[in-house]
Design a protein around this ligand. Structure first.
Ligand SMILES: [Zn+2]
Length: 303
């Protein structure tokens, strides 16, 4: 089927289901949701959709039905069983109706883009398919390198709505720093994390050789004192990080004792200003939030 005809098919179906008036946003959402191969072409498709929807909305509902019968008679034959067909998405492992929670976690340091569109669309489609919940979580905890900008928070929400998404919850990681701190403290107390004040290059050398740094085995009391010094400004940016203990013989050295939280002096975060100086790294914040917010299924982008 030619792209234009595919679009016409979706526009006609949408129109027939909505008293003869197709909604371009819903049509685009549906096309990209059900035709993954078209997602990379979204930019070309969007203007064609507006055009086709205009044409479709101009004709009567009887004409719309006649046209759809001509190009896609299956719609009328399979109308009943179609509803049960789960929109062509493969079923999710361990998914129960009403209990699926998915999330999309963009960094508001830029606009919604095609690189993360796939993860967003799948997350949303599956949440709807299973009558579950779709969470938008802004991953805005890197005020230095991936600095969030106020305008992008708004744009991302607008773009998702424009794609026809229903956003059930919105969270900002930058509102949740106290939660990350309490997890960090728990891990330090349990001896599963440590405050490392090694010079980064020195640490990397030890790590690559699979050797522990001198801070790794210090007792929890010491770790907690060191942690306080990160929070109260005794340690400056670059002088200390909290690391999660892992297997030091892990084949991938980057995974060994990975950093969970680091210091950013004067972050001037657009939402919290300079209130916080210790910031979680993405993997840490994301793992905690997925757990705390009850996320059941995660879809990754192709970045
Ligand atoms: Zn160290």
């Amino acid at each position: 089927m030619e792209i234009r005809e595919t679009i016409l098919k979706y526009a006609l179906i949408n129109a027939i289901q909505h008293d003869g008036k197709a909604n371009p946003k819903a049509v685009i959402g549906k096309i990209l949701g059900e035709n993954p191969e078209l997602r990379p072409k979204a930019r070309e498709i969007i203007p064609i959709v507006s055009e086709v929807v205009q044409e479709v909305n101009f004709i009567s509902i009887e004409e719309q039905e006649a046209k759809l019968r001509e190009i896609y008679p299956e719609f009328f034959e399979k109308k009943e069983e179609k509803k049960e067909e789960k929109k062509g998405l493969p079923s999710l492992p361990k998914a129960e109706k009403g209990k699926v929670v998915t999330r999309f976690a963009p960094n508001p340091d830029g606009a919604f883009h095609l690189g993360n569109a796939r993860a967003a669309i799948l997350s949303h489609e599956y949440a709807r398919l299973y009558d579950g919940k779709f969470i938008l979580r802004f991953d805005d905890t890197d005020p230095k390198v991936k600095r969030p900008e106020p305008i992008f928070y708004e744009w991302i929400i607008e773009d998702l709505k424009w794609l026809g998404f229903q956003i059930d919850e919105i969270h900002h990681a930058s509102d949740r720093l106290e939660i990350y701190y309490s997890y960090a403290e728990k891990l330090l107390k349990m001896g599963k994390a440590y405050v490392c004040t090694c010079d980064p290059e020195h640490f990397r050398k030890l790590r690559d050789e699979g050797k522990p740094c001198p801070h790794r085995e210090l007792p929890p009391e010491v770790q907690l004192k060191e942690w306080k010094k990160m929070l109260d400004g005794t340690y400056k940016e670059g002088e200390a990080v909290v690391r999660i203990k892992t297997d030091l013989s892990h084949p991938n050295p980057a995974v060994r004792d990975w950093p969970a939280l680091r210091i950013i002096d004067n972050p001037e975060h657009p939402r919290t200003g300079n209130k916080y100086r210790v910031w979680p790294l993405y993997n840490f914040a994301s793992a905690i939030d997925d757990h705390e917010l009850g996320v059941t299924h995660i879809f990754r982008g192709q970045e």
